[in-house]
Design a protein around this ligand. Structure first.
Ligand SMILES: [Zn+2]
Length: 154
């Protein structure tokens, strides 16, 4: 965990930094749930590309830090564990929604074919009926809920 730094957005000490190369770093804050990247600055081509496909809520929630990096809500999607995403109508009214992955039962597997692989089926699916909402500041609890801190072997 030596790559944890103080988050430039929320000030928590749980911002995970990943160095892609000398010039590029990815930032993912476990405190506030937001992410950014050294290239993610307003008016850059990279920025334009990144925001094009984002839901409106994500665009509304984006904000710059003092360094000019633009932070946006992260989307976690781990097929064997679950998903977490920002969910709501606007920046004043939203929550983190966490969905648990559940094993696909034998009798229902026909419903979850893997595209392009005939006769192969997904072993896990997102159980959308059991969405749990977390307040903005409770992002860590959402991570905990989908078991992100548990090892894979379990
Ligand atoms: Zn943060």
């Amino acid at each position: 965990m030596d790559n944890l730094i103080i988050c430039d957005r929320c000030g928590s000490d749980a911002c995970y930094v990943q160095e892609v190369n000398e010039k590029i770093k990815n930032y993912q804050c476990y405190g506030c749930g937001f992410i950014t990247n050294s290239l993610l600055k307003k008016d850059s081509e990279f920025f334009e590309e990144q925001i094009e496909l984002l839901p409106n809520l994500y665009k509304e929630l984006m904000g710059e830090d003092e360094d000019g990096k633009v932070w946006m809500p992260s989307t976690v999607n781990i097929p064997t564990k679950g998903m977490i995403f920002a969910n709501g109508t606007n920046a004043e009214n939203w929550k983190w929604s966490a969905v648990l992955a559940v094993p696909v039962k034998d009798k229902e597997k026909e419903k979850y074919p893997i595209p392009g692989k005939e006769g192969k089926f997904y072993e896990w699916r997102m159980d959308m009926e059991n969405v749990k909402d977390f307040k903005e500041k409770d992002y860590m609890d959402a991570l905990d809920y989908i078991g992100i801190f548990e090892s894979e072997e379990k």
